[in-house]
Design a protein around this ligand. Structure first.
Ligand SMILES: [Mg+2]
Length: 271
């Protein structure tokens, strides 16, 4: 039996934590789970987990190496106040930043930037395309994150599917990936992955088994690289029926899926 710690790398938004729009509380009101607010933005509550999920995560973080693994920038991640001990490692900016005790690791930052410069088109070229083609009729905000990738906040009902597909085709030819998540369209360099940063954390911690969870296209590589993984019944991966032999596709949607994922992590970490 191995004594190496289990490494749990999990996406946050719509995997462990949920905005009110993503909660999917389908049960009768009187049976809805109590919720814990884990993020406040501009003085208003923004993201939640169920109380049971919060307790489960705090316990999990004491038995396994829990690594929040998010496309959020370090600043956006800093707003999330997860229950349990502060994670030693956190993966932000889709793998572009590795926080160690809350501070970006300069070595990892340099490794990533070298790889991107060598392997895909520069951010400026993608930005130029976004500026030129995004229609103000549905474009709400245009942002770059950590000088690594770009995203748009859009009026989703007005966003033409064909525009997203055209962008994805154009981006693929330049080594970039496009992912649509809720009100955001992400354009991310192909080599900028959560799994590369997770492998770095595994190397540094001497991890044994690896577990992962995520809901979007940007999580697929993370799930594939793990020994076991879970995805919720909602999200970009569920929408396309994405699966892999070692990935459990849950039926549960919304915040209840977050609770189920934490239960599954705990059972797997203890087995
Ligand atoms: Mg997500």
């Amino acid at each position: 039996m191995t004594t190496a710690p289990t490494l749990v790398t999990s996406d946050l938004d719509r995997t462990l934590i949920y905005s009110t729009a993503a909660l999917a509380l389908s049960m009768p009101d009187a049976q809805s789970p109590r919720l814990l607010c884990v993020e406040t933005y501009e003085h208003k509550p923004l993201s939640y987990m169920t109380e049971a999920a919060a307790a489960g995560l705090a316990a999990l973080a004491r038995t396994a190496t829990f690594v929040p693994t998010t496309t959020r920038t370090p600043e956006q991640y800093a707003r999330v106040r997860l229950p349990g001990p502060a994670p030693r490692f956190a993966i932000c900016a889709n793998g572009g930043e590795l926080l160690v005790d809350g501070e970006p690791d300069p070595h990892w930052r340099a490794v990533v930037r070298r790889r991107l410069a060598a392997e895909c088109a520069p951010l400026a070229e993608v930005e130029e395309r976004l500026v030129r083609t995004a229609d103000p009729a549905w474009l709400l905000k245009r942002r770059t994150a950590a000088d690594l990738f770009a995203y748009l906040v859009v009026d989703r009902p007005l966003l033409p599917e064909a525009w997203v597909k055209d962008l994805a085709d154009w981006a693929a030819g330049r080594g970039w990936t496009v992912s649509l998540q809720g009100r955001k369209v992400y354009a991310v360099p192909g080599p900028l992955t959560k799994s590369a940063a997770a492998a770095e954390v595994a190397r540094r911690t001497g991890a044994g088994r690896t577990l992962a969870a995520g809901d979007s296209l940007l999580d697929a590589d993370l799930l594939l690289a793990a020994d076991r993984a879970w995805r919720p019944g909602h999200g970009e991966l569920a929408d396309v029926g994405w699966s892999a032999p070692h990935v459990t596709a849950l039926q549960t949607r919304g915040v209840a899926a977050g609770e189920e994922i934490i239960e599954a992590f705990t059972a797997a970490a203890l087995s």
